[in-house]
Each structure stands twice: as structure tokens, then as C-alpha cells.
Design a protein around this ligand. Structure first.
Ligand SMILES: Cc1cc2nc3c(=O)[nH]c(=O)nc-3n(C[C@H](O)[C@H](O)[C@H](O)COP(=O)(O)OP(=O)(O)OC[C@H]3O[C@@H](n4cnc5c(N)ncnc54)[C@H](O)[C@@H]3O)c2cc1C
Length: 456
């Protein structure tokens, strides 16, 4: 059955797909939202559920109070031994994932978005060099529908369902390396004893317990509940659930309310988030902060930028040329910061506990400097100078030298994504070569092995 053509078909009703649909409907576009989960399960996923408030402000979205489970005054970073802490200021909230998604969904439907829940994207039809339609299967009765649109948005998450079905020659179908992902496991635990300081979301750095990631305790419900989890770099044989159960779970007494695992892409964004008449947002486009793995806020940002550019492209005739503004806007707003932080992420993943402990103990970086790094992606000369002073005083030349290399590649990566980002699709392939060269040169220099490409 072929349904009447839409302006846009969005695949995936996570935060990226819901925000895209909402913003597209606000642009006056006829939008269908396809989601394989049943209606009442939309929003149920593994997540730490902590989001910086600035993300909502940036896109003009105010979450209602019933979706907010906790307000945070900042993050506390804890050293491997647990003895040293850095308080990073910054307003954030802990959301109830399901209530948040259901609220967004209600806003979408109120604006006319047509939801096809319990529908699985099964295949695509390409014709005349564009995506002509998608085939979806109704999971309640097995019947199939074909949906056609002027533009399509892939918001199907960390293992993308749409863009991986597109021709290999389309750069948007790129497959990442296994180490570009963190595999994570988390539980929501109702505590016997409430936590004493629920205003801070705690991140514990320990490369033995959480190799290539971290473990976290994000209090909610005024400390009566905690979102507890652990993430590790993928593809190196580590098991996040096993490590969670051995090292984290025994530290907290309580009743598990919900457990789930998931993947999160912790890398720079896809080189292009648009090709032909397809746009990719959210985890499907790797729009996640590579260092802390937070992806909700940046998914909403990417979705919002996508909707604006799709609306303009539909007026002009949709193509990668008319959609190109999406890339330029996104790289400026967030992508260049990701590119920079990806450089730092690789280095952090190689750091040994004693080097981490040392940085904490000697107070080489302050909370404000970590905030600058996390929010703005800025490892400023000022920070480096203070590190230089401290590290030369206490004779850690190799650490200082490595940090110099990291800073220089962070700057070069930012330049590539900001100043030299291609102005049109024609320049794209040359630019991708330059990006690949930069990251592979850096990986070799610091001894980072990115591993094979993923198998999906
Ligand atoms: C354990 C863990 C903890 C995290 N903690 C945080 C945190 O504290 N803060 C933060 O900001 N971020 C966090 N993240 C990252 C964050 O959750 C994601 O970046 C964000 O939710 C991505 O949203 P999305 O809409 O792109 O993808 P998703 O939420 O994965 O949504 C994709 C949707 O597409 C649907 N779909 C997939 N395939 C198909 C198909 N074939 N047909 C139809 N539908 C399909 C899925 O069912 C799903 O509903 C965490 C991630 C993990 C794994």
C-alpha cells in the first residue's frame, strides 16, 4: 500500500526524531514519524538522563516540570582512587526519559505529525539517484506500507536503520570504527538511604573499572533514586554489565527499578549529515559529545538545524546542494567542537590511572577549565600554560609533551571543521581525505588503534 506522499518522513522516535518532527511540523511541513516501538514504550531506553539546561534554551524548548526528576548544580569528577574531586559548575536536569518522550510526542501530534508506531523500517527504494520511498512493516499484523516524501530524516539511533541501506557511494552511508562507540549498561536504583548531595551528577574516572569510558551516579528524586551506569570502549573485549556488577552495584544498597544496555557513538560527526534527499541526526549521525557521551542536547540541536534547512530546501527542490546549509550550520554550532573533543577523547582513553590521579591531585585543571573544555571544547593557552608550569615543576615531561600534541591536533581538527568545511558537496571528498589524514597521523603519534569498521 502506498500512502499519499509526505513532505518529510522521519525514522525513529527518540529525542532526535521527535525534535525533528516537532520542528518540521512547526515549519508547516506534512510529516510522518515511523517508530518500531509500540506507543507506550516510546522513550524507554538506556540513558543517564542528564541534560544541560543550555541545550533546551538554545532551541527554544522548555521541558515541563513533570518530566524533570532532578535539578543539578553541576558535575563532580572523581579521581580513580576516589580521593580527589573536581566540581564543574553548570545547570542541568535529570529527565524521566519516557515522560519526556511522551510529552514531545504529544507536542508533535498536536501540530499534525502522523505517527506510525509499531512500524519497522524494512527497506528502501532508490530511483533516479534519490531515495524514492521507504518500506515499513506493521509489527502488529505484518502488513507493509510504502511511504514517499520529498525528504527523509534518519533518526534511528546508534545502529542506523536508514542510512546503512543507502548506496555505498553515498558518503552518508559511512561505517564507523568499533572504537568510535562506547558500550554502556545502566540501572535505575531506588535507594534505601537517600544520597546526601543529590545536586551534583557524579562521574568516576577509572580506566581499570571502565576502560575507555567512566562510571556514573546521577541522583534523581531528591537523592532517593540514582541512575547508575558504566561505559567502556567497544570492540576491545570489555563487558560493561560485568564491570558494573563487579565494581559499581555493590557500592549502592537498593532495589533495581529498570536495567538496560546500549551503545553511544563517542566521536566526531559524520562528514556530511545530508546526501541527495536524506538528512541524518542524533546518534545515527554521531552528534554526541565524544568526551562525556551526552547526546540528547546535541541531538535536539541537530534536529532543530535540520528542520530549518529541510524547510528551505523543499522550497528550492531537495538535493545535497540545497540541504548543504545543514552541514555548515551544524559544524559551526557543535560539529567543530566534537571534532576537537574527539582528539582529546582518544588520548583520555589511553591514559593510565596514575596519570589521571596525578592531574587531579596536583589540581592541574580547575572545574571552570573543565567546564570550558566540555561546553566550549576549549583547551585554552591559559590552561596549557598553567599545566606547563605545574608539570615542569614536578618533572612529568612526557605527560606535558603528550598534552602539547593533543592541544595542537585539537586546534587543527577545529580549523578543518570550522574554517575549511566544504562550501559545497563537490569539495566534500577532498576534505574527507584531509580529515582522515589528520586523525590517522594523530592516532599513530599517540599510539591509538581505532580497530576495524563495524559489521553492520
Ligand atoms: C547507557 C547510556 C547512557 C547515556 N547517558 C546520557 C546522558 O546522561 N545524557 C545525555 O545527554 N545522553 C546520554 N546518552 C546518549 C543519549 O541517550 C543519546 O545520544 C540519545 O538518546 C540519542 O537519541 P536518538 O534519538 O538519536 O536515538 P534513539 O534514542 O536511539 O532513538 C532511535 C529510535 O529509532 C527507532 N528505530 C531504530 N531502528 C528502527 C527501524 N528499523 N524502524 C523504526 N524505528 C527504528 C528506535 O526504536 C528508537 O526509538 C547515553 C547513552 C547510553 C547508551
Amino acid at each position: 500500500m502506498l500512502l499519499e506522499p509526505y513532505d518529510v518522513v522521519v525514522v525513529g522516535a527518540g529525542v532526535a526524531g521527535l525534535t525533528s518532527s516537532l520542528k518540521l511540523a512547526e515549519e508547516g511541513l506534512r510529516t510522518a514519524l515511523v517508530e518500531r516501538r509500540p506507543l507506550n514504550k516510546i522513550g524507554e531506553r538506556a540513558c543517564g538522563d542528564a541534560v544541560g539546561l543550555h541545550h533546551f534554551r538554545e532551541i527554544g524548548l522548555e521541558p515541563p516540570s513533570h518530566v524533570v526528576k532532578q535539578e543539578y548544580r553541576g558535575i563532580v569528577l572523581v579521581s580513580p582512587s576516589g580521593r580527589h574531586r573536581i566540581f564543574v559548575p553548570g545547570e542541568g536536569i535529570g529527565v524521566d526519559s519516557v515522560k519526556f518522550a511522551q510529552w514531545l510526542l504529544g507536542e508533535c501530534v498536536r501540530r499534525g505529525v502522523e505517527l506510525l508506531h509499531s512500524h519497522h523500517l524494512e527497506s528502501v527504494k532508490i530511483s533516479g539517484g534519490v531515495l524514492e520511498r521507504v518500506v515499513v512493516r506493521d509489527l502488529t499484523n505484518g502488513s507493509r506500507k510504502e511511504l514517499a516524501a520529498k525528504a527523509y530524516v534518519d533518526a534511528s539511533g546508534a545502529v542506523p536503520a536508514l542510512r546503512t541501506k543507502l548506496p555505498d557511494e553515498w558518503p552518508i552511508s559511512e561505517r564507523p570504527r568499533v572504537t568510535d562507540y562506547n558500550a554502556a549498561f545502566r540501572e535505575i536504583v531506588e535507594l534505601g538511604e537517600p544520597l546526601s548531595n543529590p545536586d551534583y551528577a557524579a562521574i568516576y574516572l577509572n580506566n581499570d573499572v571502565a576502560p575507555g569510558g567512566y562510571w556514573w551516579a546521577f541522583p534523581t528524586s531528591s537523592g532517593r533514586e540514582v541512575n547508575l551506569g558504566l561505559g567502556v570502549v567497544m570492540g576491545m573485549g570489555f563487558n560493561p554489565r560485568k564491570n558494573y556488577e563487579s565494581f559499581v552495584k555493590p557500592l549502592f544498597n537498593g532495589r533495581t527499578v529498570h536495567s538496560a544496555g546500549g551503545l553511544v557513538p563517542t566521536r566526531r560527526p559524520l562528514p556530511t549529515l545530508v546526501w541527495r534527499n536524506v538528512v541524518v541526526v542524533g546518534d545515527a549521525a554521531y552528534t554526541v559529545n565524544p568526551v562525556h557521551g551526552g547526546g540528547r542536547g546535541s541531538s535536539m540541536l541537530a534536529a532543530s538545524i535540520a528542520a530549518r534547512n529541510i524547510a528551505e530546501a523543499i522550497n528550492l527542490g531537495v538535493s545535497e546542494e540545497t540541504l548543504w546549509g545543514m552541514n555548515v550550520d551544524y559544524m559551526k554550532a557543535y560539529g567543530a567542537k566534537q571534532a576537537k573533543l574527539d582528539v582529546l577523547r582518544m588520548y583520555l582513553q589511553l591514559m593510565k590511572n596514575d596519570d589521571l590521579e596525578f592531574l587531579f591531585e596536583k589540581k592541574v585543571v580547575s572545574g571552570d577549565q573543565v567546564y570550558d573544555l566540555g561546553i566550549k571544547g576549549r583547551l585554552s593557552e591559559e590552561v596549557l600554560n598553567s599545566m606547563r608550569k605545574i608539570l615542569s615543576l614536578i618533572a612529568r615531561p612526557s605527560l606535558l609533551n603528550k598534552l602539547r600534541i593533543v592541544k595542537s591536533y585539537m586546534d587543527r581538527a577545529e580549523k578543518l571543521y570550522l574554517d575549511y568545511y566544504p562550501k559545497s558537496p563537490k569539495e566534500m571528498f577532498k576534505w574527507i581525505e584531509a580529515v582522515n589524514e589528520l586523525y590517522s597521523e594523530y592516532s599513530k603519534l599517540i599510539g591509538y588503534a581505532p580497530g576495524p569498521k563495524v559489521s553492520w
